[in-house]
Design a protein around this ligand. Structure first.
Ligand SMILES: Nc1ncnc2c1ncn2[C@@H]1O[C@H](COP(=O)(O)OP(=O)(O)OP(=O)(O)O)[C@@H](O)[C@H]1O
Ligand SMILES: [Mg+2]
Length: 272
């Protein structure tokens, strides 16, 4: 059933849905610059680290990166099941690369390395995107830099893009992980949105849903921004709840009192 707020505000879809095609992601100059940096890194066969708080848009940056890299020149492998031990991690990588998983950790590692070298000969540069990398086991982390070390460390046949929560950067900067950290040439942190960004983001999302007018009053946006801490996922959730609340009360705009009610309800539900 179509949610009430969609008909009430005459939208043609749920505006804040996570089901948004790569090509239609919101890319303000700050995000564009981030994607440019990552594209630049993998173009030069370098590796990168991207960290940020939950919901600030890290995985969406990876999707924007995927959209920018020509398929003929890059082979992207996306792994997000980072909680695996070293052997299962390489097994997952084999499956993602269409290789038959071998029985031992050494054989798995060998299969992945051979494949990476073959891709290098085909001039397709392999890029491993490891999302949720703050969850990687230490024994997997200990091994990762070896994947970046080909022909006596003279060639970069593979780019790793490690993505995770800020504690990933803290972990990598520990002495134990310095071999890997020193090979992550591009290191970026996604900051939470500014109030101006939040306002642009809401407008962008609503325009995509065929909304041609300003539904959110500026002071309601400011309140929503603060409550969400500038994290896009929280903005999506609270903005949807605010649209819903405004529709229930047959209001033409989302004003401060609507957001206040949504936040009060949110706080109530958090107790359960
Ligand atoms: N560039 C963008 N364009 C449109 N929507 C976005 C964009 N970035 C983030 N979002 C919205 O915010 C939500 C959260 O973003 P994303 O999943 O990328 O966050 P994350 O930083 O990877 O979070 P986590 O640390 O929890 O994995 C997305 O599902 C999407 O709805
Ligand atoms: Mg993510």
């Amino acid at each position: 059933m179509t949610p009430l707020y969609i008909t009430h505000f005459q939208l043609d879809r749920a505006p804040m849905s996570k089901e948004i095609p790569d090509a239609e992601l919101w890319t303000p100059p700050s995000k564009e610059a981030l994607v440019d940096d990552l594209v630049g890194a993998v173009e030069e066969h370098r590796s990168a680290l991207l960290v940020g708080e939950p919901g600030v848009g890290k995985t969406c940056v990876l999707r924007a990166l995927r959209h920018r890299l020509p398929e003929a020149r890059f082979r992207l492998t996306y792994c997000h099941n980072a909680t695996l031990g070293r052997r299962d991690f390489y097994r997952q990588l084999c499956v993602a690369l269409n290789l038959s998983p071998s029985a031992t950790a050494a054989a798995l590692f060998h299969a992945v390395s051979l494949h990476v070298q073959e891709l290098g000969r085909e001039h397709a540069h392999p890029v491993f995107l490891l999302d949720e990398a703050h969850l990687l086991h230490q024994d997997t982390l200990d091994h990762l830099h070896i994947l970046l070390n080909y022909e006596w460390d003279s060639r970069a046949l593979l780019s790793l893009v490690l993505v995770g929560l800020p504690e990933l950067a803290d972990r990598l900067s520990l002495r134990r992980n310095r071999s890997l950290y020193s090979r992550l040439h591009v290191r970026r942190r996604i900051a939470p949105l500014t109030p101006g960004d939040t306002s642009d983001y809401l407008r962008y999302r609503l325009e995509r849903a065929a909304c041609t007018r300003e539904i959110f009053r500026p002071d309601a946006v400011a309140m929503l921004h603060e409550a969400a801490g500038g994290a896009l996922r929280a903005i999506d959730r609270l903005a949807t709840a605010a649209l819903d609340e405004a529709a229930v009360h047959k209001r033409d705009h989302v004003e401060r009192d609507i957001v206040r009610r949504v936040l009060a309800l949110d706080a109530e539900h958090r107790e359960f």
